[in-house]
Design a protein around this ligand. Structure first.
Ligand code: PMP
Length: 439
């Protein structure tokens, strides 16, 4: 266990003020979380003085790593000029202009503070535009904490239901039945099933929300036929496509929909566009975004928020996004390709029961022989989860933080040497720890 005494001391204190010891269910504990003292570039140092290469990056947010100077300078300057106002600032224009200029599907956008909030308003916008109540979503996909998108986010093997018509599974105790009724659950990469279920429910579907490469459902790349089926079926039945790119916008200069061929009406953003400060955004076509108003006193869908477009998030996001030029994306792409190739060749050499999914600066290691194509195939058995736990621990003991069973990410300060270190640890795991994974 790579967690030290100081983290243990903090966690004991935390138990007195936080019921489960943290304030985010996603914080990794094994059995206690690692408290961080500071971060620098691709590395973090914990309160016990141990340094780690960070492949979590606050769940893929920190595309430039920690303490990125352009962001730090912009925030330091802004904080001395005021942190938030009940008036707009020029900074929101600059960040919006950059995003609208890059993403083909975004004519207009609005800022919020988290990805959850972006998804919440995108769902509302789809309802306001179509006048329909329900949404379709992908089984196992994560879209934040809004009631409807939490449906079928994760569940146990006994309640997934018929594979040709997946059940809408509640995520939290007390989910209203009406919420379940308003969600149609689809399987990723299931061309025939998606066409059939979208058509069958078309009269009540405002939108399908889809993450182009859903991380919790396996970080699986969509088949071109699947992309085509979603695009054409949605158009045919007047169902909007909401591409949730909160995580996957980091796949390229124009984002993930453009990379994979989805033609969204609305796109939700977050994470990287805030440069490490809280942010979310909803963007889309002029026509659909018009539901938020075009200057009238009472728009069809009123939207606001105390901290929306706060200048600190705006200047941080602008500094981070400006630095994400074509060269930066090329660097990330090269690092990602190098690492995935390394994993694949070591897995093949050892004929080991592993496979790696991902694209661009993202990857996920699965303790499975076959590459999963959707959530059901990516879901781990108890034995498989143990293998990944052990691997995560070995990584930690070698000075690398890697998310346990979730998408891992690379950042611009990383070098080939960092990547080779990540590859070496895995190669060593394959050759020295067969007893962990060959049972
Ligand atoms: N959508 C996706 C695809 C996400 O990955 C996340 C966060 N991991 C969210 C929405 C929610 O974003 P936030 O945590 O900023 O609310």
């Amino acid at each position: 266990n790579a967690t030290g005494p100081k983290s243990a001391e903090f966690f004991a204190r935390a138990g007195k003020v936080f019921g489960d010891g943290t304030t985010r269910v996603t914080i990794e504990k094994d059995p206690i979380p690692r408290y961080i003292a500071n971060g620098e570039g691709a590395y973090v140092t914990d309160v016990d003085g141990r340094r780690f290469l960070d492949l979590n990056g606050n769940f893929t947010t920190l595309i430039h790593g920690h303490g990125f100077k352009p962001v730090a300078d912009a925030v330091a300057h802004q904080i001395n000029s005021g942190s938030c106002f009940a008036n707009p600032t020029e900074h929101e224009l600059a960040l919006a202009e950059l995003i609208c200029g890059r993403v083909p599907a975004i004519d207009w956008l609005r800022f919020v503070n988290t990805g959850t909030e972006a998804v919440l308003f995108a769902v509302k916008a789809a309802r306001a535009y179509t006048g329909r109540p329900a949404i379709a979503k992908i089984e196992g996909a994560y879209h934040g904490a809004c009631d409807w998108v939490e449906v079928s986010q994760s569940s146990t093997a006994d309640n997934w239901g018929d594979p040709t018509e997946p059940a809408s599974v509640p995520y939290y105790r007390g989910t209203p039945a009406s919420v379940l009724d308003e969600v149609v659950t689809l399987r990723f990469n299931d061309v025939e099933g998606c066409r059939r279920l979208l058509a069958k429910n078309a009269h009540r579907l405002a939108a399908i929300i889809i993450d182009p490469t859903p991380s919790r459902a396996g970080l699986v790349v969509p088949d071109p036929e699947f992309v085509e089926a979603i695009n054409t079926t949605a158009r045919e039945f007047g169902i909007l496509i909401i591409a949730d790119e909160v995580l996957n916008f980091r796949q390229g200069y124009e984002g993930a929909s453009a990379r994979h061929g989805f033609t969204p009406d609305l796109i939700t953003l977050g994470k990287i566009i805030g440069g490490g400060l809280p942010i979310g955004a909803i963007g889309g076509s002029r026509e659909v975004m018009s539901v938020f108003g075009r200057g009238e006193k009472r728009p069809p869908l009123p939207q606001g928020g105390t901290f929306s477009a706060n200048p600190l998030s705006m200047v941080a996001g602008l500094a981070a996004m400006k630095a994400l030029d074509h060269a930066a994306f090329e660097h990330l792409e090269n690092l990602g390709t190098r690492l995935r190739h390394r994993f694949a060749s070591d897995i093949a050499r050892h004929d080991a029961p592993f496979t790696v999914t991902g694209v661009g600066s993202l990857f996920r290691i699965h303790p499975k022989r076959l590459a999963p194509r959707d959530f059901r195939e990516a879901a781990m058995t108890a034995v498989e989860a143990t293998v990944i736990n052990q691997l995560t621990r070995i990584y930690a003991s070698e000075g690398i933080i890697i998310p346990n069973g979730a998408a891992a990410c690379l950042s611009t300060p990383m070098t080939d040497a960092d990547i080779d270190h990540v590859g070496d640890v895995f190669a060593d795991f394959l050759s020295s720890h067969q007893q962990i994974y060959e049972s």
